[in-house]
Design a protein around this ligand. Structure first.
Ligand SMILES: [Zn+2]
Length: 101
């Protein structure tokens, strides 16, 4: 679980998921109030996270001959699964490093 770069306290899983749902990477630390940026630990892992669910849905839809409802259900399960694992692959930074190489 990531911890605040300013005060060093670990953030709760819930805090990160809730902030992620707001589609922003800038989050104020719940402990010290300083703005922190949620950044991926490694670009490779993030790429897997965005690619894998789509791949699984498409391939299992073909293999198991799921209907539209089955595919939607599977997509929802995968979305929840991805979100629950997401905080473990993130870290926090005091600066926005998203667009740096
Ligand atoms: Zn803090």
């Amino acid at each position: 679980m990531p911890s605040c770069e300013n005060c060093g306290r670990k953030w709760q899983w819930k805090a990160i998921v809730l902030k992620t749902l707001k589609l922003t990477n800038k989050v104020n630390c719940p402990y010290c109030g300083k703005p922190q940026y949620i950044i991926p630990k490694s670009r490779k892992k993030t790429a897997v996270f965005s690619f894998l669910p789509a791949f699984l849905i498409i391939s299992s839809g073909r293999i198991f001959d799921l209907g539209v409802l089955g595919v939607i259900l599977l997509a929802a399960i995968l979305l929840i699964g991805t979100l629950s694992l997401y905080p473990f692959f993130m870290k926090l930074s005091s600066e926005d490093k998203t667009f740096q190489p």
